[in-house]
Write a protein that binds this ligand. Structure first.
Ligand code: GLC
Length: 567
């Protein structure tokens, strides 16, 4: 099968507001990122995906872009960005831009023009529709509920018109049926490529195509509304838009990763086939929201889940992508911290965290590490909803109250699910403000109080730290053709609370065993005809007599399977 450079990448995701503040205003910025390139180089990553840094009124922290061609002053200047590309390049690190084109900001020139003249050319860049009037009040064109809660339609003052927004009302959806809009976007993407960016992360890309006629559907909750997903998720025609986008802009050799929900089974080949995919990869989100009930993802409506379910989802995703490629990830700026999300209380320690690291880094696919994951950053519990920043957190809190939960209960849902859990400032050292900003500055979101124990500087000095383990696994992966390119086959599939697989390339095999249990377990090796030669183990050694493995709590091991003759 054809091989690409991006299959060998290790991507590090940066949330610029929270990574490093260089000018003491309490908000991370681009010069701050540049100042930490040595740290990232030492970690071993090869690409940096930056969450949006373009001009934005920040209704959704940059995912509402008002000018696609310039850097928001809060993050620095256009020259700062050029310098980041240059300095990262010197270290063999490429910059991946977050491309947000399902919607723009309500402050974007296009949208302002559309409001002034809804019938004019810019009105056609958006979904603007006439509502109806019932009992003297305006009623939206359909019953879709936005992802962030409430109707997905916002009235345009002084008219009987509404505009569609799948996310916040400051994020009007762009109309991809309009060829002029498409041309503008392609030209913009090409300008970034000329500047030297080496990849694109495609935000909310499954929603570009809307169902013909924007129909209402039967309500799926008591509010009488229905998730926007029904009318917008991965609709027929989407793949044609994406093919055109690929052919007009990035092509096949540049890393592109789709945040592409709803792509399953046979569609995987069209989206991410190694032969002719529209993206190099999409994120494997197959198991990351097992704890909430689709399609609404109300944070109050959680469910319990098992490791068995997680592994079957993960294996299922691999089975449907044998001729394709995934991006593996456990964390991002939209998810809680992985230690809190995937491990029970008793596993939230070095062993659990280092096991998750191997789970993410040794699967088939290009791994993504989210800032702070490599040092074991954790969820935060802020005192009240007022202290939270995230628009979806505030909405979900409100939704819980409206569903009859008390403020105390509603804040508990926020603790478990809030996107601000992963957005707190990076913990660089154990000095005031964790070294993220000046000691006297109040950061935009509170620093997690655990920074004196969990921080990059202390971990860099400790060979037994989580950070040291990440560096070691990254190094192993970069030097292993099997881990980079090999197939993945499930192993010990029926063993409860155990995730295990083989990675296979040209007759050579590695065994990965991840023990999601808090007690010692004996594992018979009768099915494994080869000897195990240890490559990495978070306990430092492997306990085996050749016939059995003795697994310790949250042990993670990777061993080469060698025939007698090879030993
Ligand atoms: C994506 C982003 C998320 C944002 C949303 C709207 O899901 O990851 O942070 O809120 O799109 O742009």
């Amino acid at each position: 099968m054809k091989r690409f450079k991006w299959q060998e990448d290790i991507v590090y995701q940066i949330y610029p507001r929270s990574f490093m503040d260089s000018n003491g205003d309490g908000m991370g910025d681009i010069p701050g990122i540049t100042s930490k390139l040595d740290y990232l180089e030492a970690l071993g990553v090869t690409k940096l995906w930056l969450c949006p840094v373009c001009c934005s009124p920040m209704a959704d922290n940059g995912y509402d872009i008002s000018d696609y061609d310039h850097i928001d002053p809060v993050f620095g200047t256009d020259e700062d960005f050029d310098r980041l590309i240059l300095e990262a390049g010197k270290r063999g690190i490429g910059i991946v831009m977050d491309i947000v084109v399902n919607h723009c900001s309500s402050e974007h020139r296009w949208f302002r023009n559309a409001l002034e003249d809804p019938e004019g050319p810019y009105g056609k860049y958006f979904y603007i529709r006439r509502g109806t009037v019932e009992h003297g009040s305006p009623v939206p064109p359909n019953n879709w509920r936005s992802f962030f809660g409430g109707s997905a339609w916002e009235p345009i003052p002084g008219t009987d018109l509404f505009y569609l927004h799948l996310f916040a009302k400051g994020q009007p959806d762009l109309n991809w049926e309009n060829q002029n809009l498409r041309e503008e976007i392609y030209a913009m993407m090409n300008r970034w490529l000329v500047k030297g960016v080496q990849g694109f992360r495609m935000d909310a890309i499954s929603y570009l195509q809307k169902e013909e006629g924007l129909p209402s559907y039967p309500a799926d909750a008591d509010d009488g509304l229905v998730s926007v997903k029904y009318g917008t998720l991965n609709k027929p025609g989407l793949i044609d838009i994406l093919r055109e986008m690929r052919d007009r802009t990035y092509g096949r050799d540049i890393l592109t990763v789709g945040e592409a929900m709803g792509v399953t089974g046979e569609e995987m080949t069209d989206f991410i086939g190694l032969e002719d995919g529209v993206f190099s990869m999409i994120f494997d989100f197959s198991f990351n929201e097992l704890n909430v009930k689709a399609p609404n993802y109300f944070w109050y409506d959680t469910r319990s889940w098992s490791i068995g379910e997680l592994k079957e989802k993960m294996f299922g995703a691999h089975e449907s992508t044998r001729d394709a490629w995934l991006g593996t990830c456990l964390e991002c700026h939209d998810q809680p911290r992985s230690i809190d999300h995937y491990l029970p209380e008793e596993g939230r320690n070095f062993y659990g965290a280092s096991m998750l690291a191997m789970f993410n880094l040794f699967r088939r696919g290009t791994p993504y590490i989210y800032q702070g994951e490599e040092i074991g950053m954790r969820n935060i519990r802020l005192a009240s909803i007022e202290e939270y920043d995230d628009v979806s957190t505030k909405n979900q809190y409100q939704i819980a109250l409206e569903a009859g939960y008390s403020p105390e209960e509603a804040i508990e849902f926020v603790y478990g699910m809030s996107r601000d859990n992963s957005r707190t400032p990076f913990q660089w050292n154990h000095s005031a403000n964790a070294g993220f900003t000046n000691p006297e500055t109040v950061p935009w979101l509170p620093v997690h109080p655990n920074y004196t124990e969990i921080n990059a500087e202390d971990e860099a000095a400790d060979p037994a730290s989580l950070l040291a383990w990440y560096r070691c696994l990254i190094e192993i992966r970069k030097n292993s053709e099997i881990l980079k390119f090999g197939d993945l086959e499930p192993e010990f599939r029926d063993e409860e609370d155990l995730v295990s697989f083989r990675r296979i390339l040209d007759g050579r095999e590695l065994l990965v065993v991840l023990c999601w249990r808090n007690c010692e377990t004996e594992l018979a090796l009768s099915g494994i005809k080869k000897k195990l030669r240890l490559i990495a183990d978070n306990y430092g050694d492997m306990k085996t007599d050749g016939k059995r493995l003795i697994l310790r709590p949250y042990e993670a091991l990777c061993a080469e399977m060698v025939s007698e003759g090879d030993v």
